[in-house]
Design a protein around this ligand. Structure first.
Ligand code: ZN
Length: 85
């Protein structure tokens, strides 16, 4: 299920907009209690393009070797970190 559009600040629509607006992104794991990792959005933009959209994306856990959890993205467009989904 997608969150209602109202939950999504316009400044997180693409990686390019996040960089432009100074929005930061982190990943947290839903399974292990590993510390978050800050995402280098400039690096993401280099690899995926400025139009890449992190919303609703998750990756296999990269924070703890052997963890089967998922890493989900969070943004701080509202001044605190909220899930990107
Ligand atoms: Zn994990």
């Amino acid at each position: 299920m997608r969150s209602p559009l109202v939950n999504r600040p316009p400044s997180v629509a693409t990686v390019g907009l996040m960089i432009e607006h100074g929005v930061r992104a982190r990943v947290w794991c839903d399974t292990c209690n590993a510390a978050f990792r800050e995402i280098d959005l400039v690096r993401v933009a280099e690899v995926k393009g400025l139009d890449f959209d992190l919303w609703g994306k998750a990756t296999p856990c990269r924070l703890t070797p052997g963890c089967n959890g998922r890493n989900q993205f969070y943004h701080n467009a509202r001044g605190y970190f909220c899930p990107m989904r």
